[in-house]
Design a protein around this ligand. Structure first.
Ligand code: NAD
Ligand code: TYD
Length: 370
């Protein structure tokens, strides 16, 4: 039985992880610590709100005292650290928040766990708590690949190119150093691009779905030939589960979908799937009348090439051989089923995405795409 502190559990991947975990390990206790920034949303945790093994705490990972209190109060033995600023474009227009949360926040968090678990360990029953700090990182720390380069491995040298990936790389290094220097039991996973339910609509896939429904243009940065390796979010949670239960302390594990797509092709694929959903449902036409003009002629006509992202990484690809060989990891969801489920989820959960597209989101869209 574990008592897990999940930071950033009201965000996209954190919330999916909490659902996964409580569903699979129904005796474990999950405490979510989340600051509820623009990307955090209590509605993402609605399905577990009535669960007596679930507690939500609104707070900042930079608040070391609060984290120490939560570790002691709930007998936390495991931390899974998702909390971060996660959007590359926002890191370009405003890097400060990324330095604050991703670097200083992670530093504050590992200081708290070191104090509670190593400097002043408490006993739980007769046992000294066996602890684990799992750090959730990204493939973006490895930098960029050409179309023919071999995929990133765990020993690929770090070469981050955006303020986002640089801040994540810095946090990975701090976590590594706390293992080597102080003996903190850490693991790190570096995962490729996730997609699925509760994905904030500023990111490519949900942006495209919601823009089609509003009859808005689908912005493609540059020539659209940048490649990402897409993984269904539940398979990320499954990978972290394997790392927590079978991974070796002090190791990094790559998690990926083995599923590379050029941006332009993934946007076209989403257009096709939305068209199919409308073709099979008169109810959708009634609910989203704005969308019909494009969908009834050619949804792809909404595609608009816009100015490229500065420093845009050409390609990410994950070689997850180590995670497969050591932990038996294989994604369970095919891209075909995962992307269909995702499109259907957005069509069936309009109230969720309408609620998050509030004033501050509109301001961002205005600034980013004007
Ligand atoms: P997200 O932006 O959807 O969610 C981040 C969550 O962290 C939000 O709930 C937010 O409120 C919370 N948060 C932010 N600052 C905080 C602070 N100072 N204190 C407490 N909570 C805070 O992000 P996501 O896409 O779910 O990503 C989660 C993690 O996974 C991040 O560490 C990210 O780097 C990593 N990751 C993401 C992807 C991806 O494709 N989205 C891929 C690989 C790795
Ligand atoms: P994104 O979802 O922001 O993830 P990341 O930058 O972490 O990979 O973007 C995925 C890809 O889609 C990336 O190459 C940038 C591109 N993109 C667009 O072309 N247009 C957009 O409006 C957005 C948000 C992203």
């Amino acid at each position: 039985m574990k008592n897990i502190l999940v930071t950033g559990g009201a965000g996209f991947i954190g919330a999916n992880f909490v659902h996964y975990w409580l569903n699979k390990y129904d005796s474990d206790k999950v405490i979510v610590l989340d600051a509820l920034t623009y990307a955090g949303n209590l509605a993402n945790l609605e399905p577990v709100q009535g669960n007596s093994n679930f507690v939500f705490v609104q707070g900042d990972i930079c608040d070391q005292e609060l984290v120490e209190k939560l570790i002691q109060e709930h007998g936390i033995d495991t931390v899974v650290h998702f909390a971060a600023e996660s959007h590359v474009d926002r890191s370009i227009t405003g890097p400060d928040a990324f330095i604050e949360t991703n670097i200083l926040g992670t530093y504050s968090l590992i200081k708290a766990v070191k104090k509670c678990w190593i400097d002043e360990p408490k006993e739980r029953g007769d046992d000294i708590i066996e602890h684990r700090f799992h750090h959730v990182s990204t493939d973006e720390v490895y930098g960029t690949l050409s179309p023919t380069d071999p995929a990133f491995k765990e020993d690929t040298a770090y070469a981050p190119n955006s303020p986002y990936s640089a801040s994540k790389a810095a946090s990975d290094h701090l976590v590594r150093a706390y293992h080597h220097t102080y003996g903190l039991n850490v693991t790190t996973s570096n995962c490729s691009n996730n997609y699925g339910p509760y994905h904030f609509p500023e990111k490519l896939i949900p942006l495209v779905i919601t823009n089609i429904l509003h009859n808005k243009s689908l912005p493609i940065y540059g020539n659209g030939m940048q490649i990402r390796d897409w993984l269904y979010v539940e398979d990320h949670a499954y990978g972290i589960d394997l790392v927590l239960n079978k991974g070796r302390v002090g190791e990094n594990y790559n998690i990926g979908g083995n599923n590379e797509w050029a941006n332009i092709n993934i946007v076209k694929e989403v257009c096709k799937l939305v068209e199919n959903e409308f073709a099979n449902s008169t109810e959708l036409s009634a609910r989203f009348p704005e969308a019909l003009a494009a969908i009834n002629s050619d949804t792809e006509s909404l595609i608009t090439y816009v100015k490229d992202r500065p420093g845009h990484d050409r390609r990410y690809a994950i070689d997850a051989t180590k995670t497969r060989d050591e932990l038996g990891y294989e994604p369970k969801e095919s891209f075909e089923t995962g992307i269909s489920k995702t499109v259907a989820w957005y069509l069936n959960n309009e109230s969720w995405w309408q609620a998050v597209m509030d004033g501050s989101y509109q301001d961002w869209v205005e600034k980013q795409y004007s």
